[in-house]
Design a binder for this molecule. Structure first.
Ligand code: CMP
Length: 136
C-alpha cells in the first residue's frame, strides 16, 4: 500500500552561506523527493524560538534559535513515499561526526549546530512544521 507523505526540510544558514542550496536540492531530487514548495527567507529570532519550541528546555535552545535566524535559509516541502523517515535517513545523524557516509550531514555538516539541514522527526511534526512556514 502506498504511503506518500510530506515533510519539512530546511537548508540552514551554514549551507546557504556556502552556496550549497542547489547541490542539496539535487540530492533530494535524485533520491526521489519532489519539492512541492520552497522559499528562501530569513526569520527573526522570535520566530525561530516558536519553530524550535519543543527544544525550549534544552541548554542549546538559545544558540540554536540565534543560529537559525542568523542568515537566509531555504524551507521546502518534500514529498515521497515514507518521506519523513526517508528524509531523516538521507540527512544522517544530527551530529555530522556520527553521520554515515553518503548522507547530507556527513558530506556538508560542520558541527552539531551547523549541520546544514533540518527535517521533521515525525508525520505529526511534519504537518505542524509545514503549516508553520507555508500556511497563509
Ligand atoms: P535539527 O534537526 O534542526 O533540530 C534541532 C537542532 O538542535 C539540531 O538539528 C542541532 O542542529 C541542534 N543541536 C545543538 N545541540 C544539540 C544537541 N546536543 N542535541 C541535539 N540537537 C542539538
Amino acid at each position: 500500500m502506498s504511503n506518500v507523505e510530506q515533510t519539512l526540510s530546511i537548508i540552514k544558514p551554514d549551507a546557504v552561506e556556502r552556496n550549497l542550496e542547489n547541490e542539496i536540492k539535487e540530492i533530494f531530487k535524485n533520491n526521489g523527493f519532489i519539492i512541492l514548495e520552497e522559499k528562501k527567507i530569513q526569520i527573526e529570532k522570535l520566530e525561530a524560538e516558536k519553530f524550535y519550541k519543543v527544544h525550549e528546555t534544552k541548554p542549546f535552545y538559545n544558540d540554536l534559535c540565534a543560529y537559525l535566524s542568523s542568515g537566509p535559509i531555504v524551507v521546502m516541502v518534500l514529498e515521497k513515499e515514507n518521506a519523513v523517515l526517508e528524509n531523516r535517513k538521507l540527512m544522517g545523524a544530527t551530529n555530522p561526526k556520527d553521520a554515515e557516509e553518503g548522507t547530507i550531514r556527513k558530506k556538508y555538516g560542520i558541527s552539531i549546530d551547523k549541520n546544514s539541514v533540518h527535517g521533521s522527526d515525525s508525520v505529526e511534526n511534519a504537518r505542524i512544521e509545514i503549516d508553520f512556514f507555508f500556511k497563509d
